[in-house]
Design a binder for this molecule. Structure first.
Ligand SMILES: Cc1cc2nc3c(=O)[nH]c(=O)nc-3n(C[C@H](O)[C@H](O)[C@H](O)COP(=O)(O)OP(=O)(O)OC[C@H]3O[C@@H](n4cnc5c(N)ncnc54)[C@H](O)[C@@H]3O)c2cc1C
Length: 526
């Protein structure tokens, strides 16, 4: 037995205290202020939308409007109030809405105005304020497009963009099937898949986007198109990492494969084990193609500082996508003394639910990322930067500050279909570095922003000086000021710009669809 009663008690106290803090913060969030709702009458485009889609357009304080706003994951995204929310029930309704928005956009551009008209959302899990919401504009909320339909032969699954990964795994678990999908059951299908997507199955089949056989997409001209290897192949590749720049995806056809229960869970350790954990992580990530175990996912190593308790803990998520306890590849982690462990054989749904429980909705949130080579000294420097961040932000009320390290192997990056991420040229193992911050008060926003930017800047500077930097930035982990498309490489970015000119010649999704990362096309026709 590796847990004494004393340490188990400490672990239990930490977990209970954490859940109490989270519960308290969630229940102290301000409610939507009805006085701030934007009037319907003042906007011609919203009237046109009501006329075309009378059952799918909602204004505040309609319960559907409130539910939609309150289902964003981050509080900063909930604080933004759109003029109205369009909740299409099918792709045809999405197409009708896009047609109306395009006419409004054309009218505005004729008058040399460039309007920020609308935002697109699926699961609403982006932590960036305004990524999938728009103050005073129109939100196309795709949550009703949430079908999950496996094919008869089990080779693929039609997945609506508005589904959560819980919806997907619940249906597929019953059929002993799986797709490359999110590791957190609460996250949305649309944003994750269009930004690349990292799955427990990625070491076996590559990025989530590399496993999408075809997309159904509403283009800027209001038509519904298919993008697959044989139909619109350029668009098909562009959607594998190109996010919301080409249209509104309504459904994905994802490749599925036979699957079983997985072995997964967290190991909780004291902060004093940081050196050993980083060494174990580094050694594992260094494994070359010869000993690469495609069933081993992660590890996701999380170093957290819990401000309220003034403590630091390490939580390492290990997943093996077979029901095989303690595979030999994790021996480095097994030998480190731990407070507590939740690893066990379980369904994929149970594994992804465990991650969802550790990141509840309704709090102030920030993600910020960088990528480095798997160099031990660089990882130690990153850990030192995390500790410095904990010190600088120690007065940020109810803060949980976390550094997450995850390996990105060159083998995984090349699996399955081509994408636009630009990683296929890599030969060395990389590490995706993610910092997350959860906090309570608006008053601390500026300090959190300044500190996290400074820390990422310092790490990038250090890595550049040691030759361990990498330009890739995982789009779905970026902060708003970062530019993931630069990290894809000049050729891929140029390709995305060409696809934008081809499929959206007037630049509707560059200019009128706000939020998310754009393609830097000031002159769309150039
Ligand atoms: C707690 C948590 C856990 C996470 N775990 C993982 C993980 O395991 N693996 C991983 O790879 N990522 C993970 N992420 C990152 C996640 O991929 C992104 O936050 C992603 O944007 C979430 O997708 P969504 O549909 O919920 O987002 P939304 O906030 O709805 O959308 C995000 C962006 O995508 C655009 N978009 C969404 N749907 C469409 C569409 N149908 N057509 C066009 N544009 C669209 C939106 O306009 C927006 O700019 C996690 C994030 C969180 C917060």
């Amino acid at each position: 037995m590796d847990v004494s009663w004393g340490t188990a008690l400490i672990a239990a106290v930490v977990v209970i205290a954490l859940s109490m803090i989270i519960h308290r913060i969630q229940h102290s969030q301000p409610q939507l202020n009805h006085a701030n709702f934007v009037s319907a009458e003042r906007c011609a485009v919203s009237i046109a939308l009501i006329e075309a889609l009378p059952e799918s357009v909602f204004f505040g304080p309609h319960p559907v409007f409130i539910q939609s706003i309150q289902s964003y994951w981050a509080v900063q995204e909930r604080d933004i109030l759109p003029r109205c929310i369009v909740r299409p029930r099918n792709a045809e309704e999405v197409a009708a809405a896009v047609g109306i928005l395009k006419r409004e956009y054309d009218d505005c551009t004729c008058q040399h105005r460039v309007p920020a008209l609308f935002a697109v959302r699926s699961g609403g899990h982006s932590p960036i304020p305004g990524a999938a919401n728009i103050h005073g504009g129109i939100v196309i909320d795709l949550q009703l497009l949430n079908e999950v339909v496996p094919s008869e032969d089990g080779s693929c699954v039609v997945i609506g963009t508005g589904a959560r990964w819980l919806d997907v795994s619940t249906i597929l678990d019953r059929k002993c099937l799986a797709v490359a999908g999110g590791r957190n059951s609460a996250v949305g299908v649309g944003g994750l898949t269009l930004g690349g997507g990292i799955s427990f199955f990625s070491p076996r089949v590559g990025f989530v986007c590399n496993n999408i056989l075809s997309y159904e997409i509403v283009l800027a001209n209001g038509t519904i198109a298919t993008a697959s290897e044989s139909t619109n192949p350029g668009l098909w590749r562009a959607l594998k990492g190109g996010s919301n720049n080409f249209g509104i995806v309504t459904r994905f056809v994802a490749r599925s494969f036979p699957s079983t229960d997985v072995w997964s869970g967290f190991l909780y350790m004291t902060a004093s084990k940081a050196g050993q954990v980083i060494q174990a992580f580094h050694s594992y990530a260094q494994a070359d193609a010869g000993i690469y175990d495609e069933y081993a996912a992660g590890p996701l190593v999380c170093f957290s500082y819990v401000q309220k308790l003034g403590i630091q803990v390490i939580a390492t998520n290990l997943v093996y996508t077979k029901p095989e306890p303690w595979p030999s590849c994790w021996a480095g982690f097994k030998s480190i003394g731990r407070l507590w462990s939740t690893v066990k054989v379980r369904s994929l749904t149970s594994a992804t639910n465990e991650l969802a429980m550790s990141s509840p909705a309704g709090l102030r949130q920030k993600f910020i990322t960088t990528t480095v080579k798997n160099d031990h000294a660089t990882l130690m420097e990153i850990h030192a930067a995390y500790k410095e961040g904990a010190q600088v932000m120690r007065k940020v009320r109810d803060m949980v500050w976390t550094l997450v390290l995850q390996p990105l192997s060159p083998v995984m990056a090349k699996k399955s279909q081509p994408n636009v991420l630009g990683l296929d040229t890599r030969t060395e193992p990389l590490v995706i570095v993610l910092f997350t911050v959860v906090w309570k008060d608006v008053a601390d926003d500026e300090l959190v922003d300044r500190t996290t930017r400074g820390i990422i800047g310092g790490i990038d500077h250090y890595a550049a000086s040691k030759g361990t930097a990498d330009p890739y930035r995982y789009l779905n982990d970026c902060d708003s000021w970062q530019n993931p498309f630069d990290g894809y490489g000049a050729d891929n970015k140029r390709f995305l710009q060409e696809m934008s000119r081809q499929y959206d010649p007037d630049g509707l999704f560059q200019r009128a669809c706000v939020g998310g990362f754009k393609l830097d096309m000031d002159n769309h026709h150039a």
